[in-house]
Design a protein around this ligand. Structure first.
Ligand code: PYC
Length: 331
């Protein structure tokens, strides 16, 4: 049996986005969070088939558009990625909204604005377009907060690290320069990937964050290596590790949101401050601390992230059950 998916491929700040515009399964659930659980239980083969080799690769990421479950929202997004179905994905949202608008798949009720349901909650979008081309997408993200500070781990063949955990739609272990970590350029991509897997495992042994309003969102999924700016106008750099072997090519929208919450909680940013975040490959998002808020009694912020995406082509992909690798593979 052959399942066919009509995709719009592209990237946001260098990181891949595969918008699956045709072939989405019908999902059960009264919210995007419930639909995410339903997808994981019944349709995860679509994610692995489209994201893993041979149809995808270590960084592959994307999503589906769904009708919203609420009257006050325009559209719902379900994210797929090599590591699973993220509750929220910033670079994915920028790409999916851009490709969805450019191809007439999303009809905004108000020009330049959208309210979008994602599994992590409701986000607000403001976008700019020139003709049919969407040139900028700004996401006002879900409440983000510092969940834990100063968790001590001993990384074999590296040394001791003090790690903070912040939420920006996913939970991030945040490592700032200290002791054995002297900066991204000193480590290099292969070492960042090898160390990040260990850091994530050690953090998982010590601490499991759980979202105060949705217990299906739990656990450290990403590692954000923070670094100082390079004197080129950005305010900070990062390498964000996800899946098993990926460094985000974009500055990572949820990672930037978590970093804004982290820096605000540490008194290094305040409401109204902007923060230009540079990715491992030098691409940028502009983050902003929009406001202070609280999340079930915890001090939190409302962050925004702005960036842009480019489509690279249409891609009709089928998954044929007679293919030995119909569900994809990872090495
Ligand atoms: O942009 O939020 C993001 C993201 C998560 C994983 C990769 N990118």
């Amino acid at each position: 049996m052959r399942h066919t998916f009509f995709c719009i491929d592209g990237h946001t700040a260098g990181n891949p986005v595969r918008l699956v515009a045709g072939g989405a399964p019908l999902l059960r659930g009264a919210s995007m969070s419930e639909r995410r659980q339903d997808f994981l239980e019944r349709f995860d083969w679509i994610r692995t088939g489209l994201c893993f080799e041979p149809r995808g690769h270590d960084m592959m990421s994307g999503g589906f558009l769904y009708p919203p479950t609420r009257d006050d929202t325009d559209i719902g997004i379900l994210f797929i990625e090599t590591s699973g179905c993220l509750p929220m994905c910033g670079h994915g949202t920028i790409g999916i909204i851009t490709f969805g608008l450019e191809n007439g798949l999303i009809q905004p009720r108000l020009p330049g604005q959208l309210k979008v349901e994602v599994p992590a909650g409701i986000i607000d979008i403001a976008y700019e377009a020139e003709g049919n081309r969407v040139t900028s997408v700004r996401i006002v993200n879900v409440p983000s907060y510092l969940a834990a500070s100063g968790i001590e781990i001993e990384v074999p063949d590296f040394g001791p690290l003090s790690v903070d955990v912040a939420y920006g739609g996913n939970y991030y272990a945040i490592v700032e320069p200290q002791g054995p970590y002297t900066g991204l350029d000193d480590l290099g991509a292969a070492r960042i990937i090898a160390l990040s897997g260990k850091v994530r495992e050690l953090m998982r042994d010590k601490y499991e964050p759980v979202h105060p309003l949705d217990s299906t969102i739990r656990g450290v999924s990403h590692v954000l290596w923070a670094d100082k700016p390079r004197g080129n106008g950005a305010d900070g750099r990062n390498a964000v590790f996800y899946g098993d072997k990926a460094i985000d090519r974009s500055p990572c929208g949820t990672g930037t949101s978590a970093r804004l919450a982290h820096l605000t909680a540490k008194g290094r940013l305040k409401p109204g401050d902007s923060f230009v975040h540079e990715s491992y490959i030098g691409s940028r998002f502009t983050g902003k601390v929009e406001a202070l808020t609280n999340l079930a009694g915890q001090p939190a912020i409302i962050p925004s992230i702005q960036g842009s995406a480019i489509s690279t082509g249409f891609n009709t992909i089928w998954i044929d059950r007679e293919d030995a690798f119909w569900q994809g593979f990872q090495v």
